[in-house]
Design a protein around this ligand. Structure first.
Ligand SMILES: [Zn+2]
Length: 189
């Protein structure tokens, strides 16, 4: 064991470094080092070391740069915003806010007694279940059936996620289309 205060020479350190290359500390070693460090605070950086860090950071982009735009006066919205993609908010999203959609959803839930058609979970006072009105024929592909009561079924959120028509997966998923078709053949003329 080296004496207290003994500092290895640069040459020694270099040799150690080479010897250690490609080797991983064993879990025991890590645990040992960790227990040695426990309860000890890192001594404050010396003035010289601070300068060293500061030099090293020059010209570097802070990792949090740009994350606070929302709170700054220069926050850009719409086409000025960095994440603007040319106004592609899915029609779905917009249409889900219309009074028509809200009325349709309510009608579907009421017809199904606020019960998931798959697992039977019922949303009621004291036992709220997140229910989704699921379109058998998807919302985006069959606009003519958008607010058709018979095109809607009540599903709880977890069951809804299990369906092949969940979210936008369907858009390029022919299996999902035929799945919807198999359930509702006859709805579309
Ligand atoms: Zn369910």
């Amino acid at each position: 064991m080296p004496k207290k205060g003994w500092v290895p020479s640069p040459e020694t350190r270099r040799k150690w470094s080479i010897a250690r290359k490609g080797k991983k500390a064993t879990p025991e070693t890590i645990a040992k080092l960790s227990s040695l460090r426990k309860g000890k605070k890192r001594p404050p950086f010396s003035e010289e070391w601070r300068k060293h860090i500061s030099e090293g950071n020059k010209g570097r982009t802070p990792t949090n740069k740009g994350t606070h735009q929302r709170h700054s006066g220069s926050f850009k919205s719409g086409s000025e915003h960095w994440n603007w993609k040319g106004g592609i908010t899915p029609l779905d999203k917009l249409n889900r806010r219309t009074p028509e959609y809200i009325a349709w959803r309510k009608a579907v839930f009421e017809r199904d007694d606020y019960r998931c058609i798959d697992c039977g979970a019922k949303s009621e006072k004291g036992n709220r279940v997140e229910l989704h009105p699921d379109h058998l024929f998807p919302f985006s592909t069959y606009p003519q059936l958008r607010y058709e009561l018979n095109n809607g079924i009540t599903r709880c959120a977890p069951c809804h996620r299990l369906t092949p028509t969940y979210g936008f997966r369907l858009n390029n998923n022919p299996t999902a289309h035929s799945y919807a078709g198999a359930i509702l053949t006859g709805l579309i003329k």
